[in-house]
Each structure stands twice: as structure tokens, then as C-alpha cells.
Design a protein around this ligand. Structure first.
Ligand SMILES: [Zn+2]
Length: 111
């Protein structure tokens, strides 16, 4: 297994999070903007033209035929998983081991 230096690992991590919109801002929720902006200078940003969302329950692609749905605790699953995890009017969240009322599951819209 190749050994990668800590500096290279840090730079890779920064590149993965850095966007063209990053600026130094200690109130930001972005880790690059908040704490690592000086280290990010001169590094490229992640160039992702097409992002993909993958359902953490069944590994299926989340898209317009398997829309994202959010539980009250913020966990997001594809609609297919929501159907699998629903019993009656209750849904089970395997991530948190909690149950929620199905009426509290909301559709997520991503712009
Ligand atoms: Zn940022």
C-alpha cells in the first residue's frame, strides 16, 4: 500500500471541499471558508459537473424516478427505500433506529 504524506492528504481533502465560491469567512459552515482558506490558496477546486445522490439504505441512484425524501431527523432516503421502510403509517429509520409518522416525511427539492 503506498504511503501518502499528511500534507498531500490535507490538500486532497481541501480540494474535495473547495468550490469556486469559497472565500475567507469565519462564520461560514464550509470548512474551507471557515478554517482552511489560507491552505486552499493555489489549490484547484473539485470540478464536479454532475453530482449524483445515492440512497444510503439501498444504494440506488436518487433521481426524478426515485425522489429524495427527508425524515424529521434530517436523514434522506430515496422514495423506493421509504416504501420499503414503511409499515402502516409509520416509517423506520435504520440509521438512527427511530420510528416516525409517515405524514412527517417530506419531499426534498434540490436546485
Ligand atoms: Zn467554502
Amino acid at each position: 500500500m503506498p504511503i501518502i504524506g499528511l500534507g498531500a492528504c490535507l490538500q486532497l481533502g481541501i480540494c474535495a471541499h473547495k468550490t469556486p465560491y469559497c472565500t475567507e469567512n469565519e462564520n461560514s459552515r464550509c470548512i474551507v471558508c471557515k478554517e482552511l482558506f489560507d491552505f486552499s490558496l493555489g489549490l484547484p477546486y473539485a470540478h464536479i459537473n454532475v453530482s449524483r445522490l445515492i440512497c444510503p439504505y439501498n444504494g440506488e441512484l436518487i433521481d426524478e424516478s426515485n425522489v429524495p425524501m427527508m425524515l424529521p431527523n434530517g436523514q434522506v432516503y430515496g422514495e423506493n427505500s421509504i416504501h420499503e421502510l414503511t409499515r402502516g403509517d409509520e416509517i423506520y429509520d435504520p440509521h438512527s433506529d427511530q420510528h416516525f409518522a409517515l405524514r412527517d416525511v417530506k419531499r426534498v427539492y434540490i436546485l
